[in-house]
Design a protein around this ligand. Structure first.
Ligand code: GLN
Length: 422
């Protein structure tokens, strides 16, 4: 069988191809020359499968989609505290190139607008970094995320630098307030190179999937960023990634995202996939018109809105039954807080009063950290109630079950129910 997913992506493109609203960015002369009709899409799952349709291998400049990744690299290089001292996380409600800073601290409001992104670029590597080291840090980090060596589009770079007066004035203002200390021109030059890194939607979907996968690259299996940095980055994308359209985006699409003026749009759906669209005509906010429509459509069709969580935790306790002198609790699925709470509720409401409580963990797919801690605490309390506690755990989903952090173990850990003994 051939997967229907690429057919679905093609259908999204076909349905939106007639939409010629919006205009190609022209404040960067080289971008004005782009073919406005190109349209491509790529989706990479957290387990590393990529599906594409349309112009999926066409290179374009990453532009502002570089911002979340440079922010992530700055946090890796300098630590979250040092980065937050210089750039905030609040939605600005303003255009991407607004000359705005927070009232008291003079920090840029967030790293997704140019002021914050120029600051994040300046933080790359370390205080004494040379301009070319910052650019190489961004290029090599993005390359690792994309899984191939990315280059810089020099003609887009020089075209933007020639007309970069607005970003230069932002950088001068940042320097005036002590947010950056390197020469304004060097920082804008480096930031502009970072924006000129060439990608395809296929690359971007892999970069997004790495964020969605909590920082582990879906193909190489390598940890490229920590879970905490991936979470910070996607959170800022959710709040600020679409500039002054961020609120509408969150209510209608609900996927952490970032747009760029070359027409790219990247979404990272936590735990599921990265999705990227290319279509160069932009709306008044500087976001790709067909890109936004494609995301709206996919979010609605495929139930991708972040807030639309499925109540799968409710079915975590599959069965409770008594056999001989034991009560068996059969647990299944992925266990997060909600699921762990229902397991504890099953323990609490058990009135069988059998001498043994058996937890059959055979069908558990995944225990989150909180799921593991709450389950262990439940086993500890069963033990304190005087029950013999047996864990059936053939796949070791609960390795070294230390119930009280002091070496208290279940009375037995066995591979299958026939071994629960007495
Ligand atoms: N390089 C562009 C700029 O700084 C990026 C802006 C964008 O993609 N929104 O103006």
């Amino acid at each position: 069988m051939r997967s229907p997913v690429p057919d679905y992506l093609q259908e999204v493109l076909d349905d939106l191809a007639h939409n010629r609203d919006g205009v190609v960015a022209d404040y960067i002369p080289e971008l004005a020359a782009a073919d406005p009709d190109v349209f491509g899409i790529a989706l990479t799952t957290v387990d590393g499968r990529t599906h594409v349709a349309g112009d999926a291998d066409l290179a374009f400049s990453i532009q502002s989609i570089s911002k979340p990744f440079a922010y992530a690299a700055a946090i890796i290089d300098r630590g979250l505290e040092a980065v937050e001292a210089k750039v905030g996380v609040e939605p600005s409600g303003e255009a991407f190139n607004e000359l705005s800073l927070e009232g008291e601290t003079r920090r840029p409001k967030n790293p997704m607008i140019n002021a914050g992104a120029i600051t994040a670029h300046h933080l790359l590597v370390g205080a004494a970094a040379r301009p070319e080291e910052r650019v190489e840090r961004a290029r090599s980090f993005f390359s690792e995320l994309a899984g191939r060596d990315l280059g810089i589009d020099e003609s887009v770079f020089s075209s933007e630098l020639d007309t970069a007066d607005r970003n230069l004035s932002i950088a001068h203002m940042l320097r005036n307030y002590g947010i950056i200390d390197a020469p304004a021109h060097d920082v804008v030059e480096g930031y502009t190179r970072q924006c000129s890194i060439e990608v395809t939607v296929r690359d971007l979907s892999l970069m997004g999937a790495t964020l969605a996968n909590g920082g582990v690259h879906p193909c190489s299996g390598r940890r490229v960023l920590s879970r905490a940095v991936a979470r910070q980055t996607m959170s800022v994308m959710a709040g600020c990634g679409m500039y002054d359209a961020a609120g509408r985006w969150l209510t209608t699409v609900g996927i952490p995202a970032k747009s760029g003026v070359a027409g790219g749009l990247l979404g990272a759906l936590p735990g599921q996939c990265g999705i990227a669209v290319l279509s160069p005509r932009l709306d008044d906010h500087g976001n790709s018109v067909r890109g936004v429509e494609a995301f709206r459509r996919m979010s609605a069709d495929m139930g991708m809105h972040l807030v639309d969580a499925e109540p799968y935790d409710a079915t975590v306790v599959r069965d409770v039954y008594v056999v001989d002198d034991a009560t068996v609790f059969v647990i299944q699925g992925t266990i997060q807080f909600g699921g762990a709470e229902s397991i504890l509720h099953a323990f609490e409401s058990d009135d069988t009063a059998t001498p043994a409580a058996v937890v059959d963990a055979t069908r558990i797919d995944h225990l989150s950290d909180v799921g593991r801690r709450m389950l262990l605490e439940g086993l500890r309390r069963l033990r304190l109630d005087g029950r013999r506690v047996v864990l059936v755990d053939p796949d070791t989903v609960l390795p070294e079950p230390d119930l009280d952090h002091d070496g208290m173990r279940p009375d037995a850990v066995v591979d299958d129910l026939t071994m629960i003994g007495g």
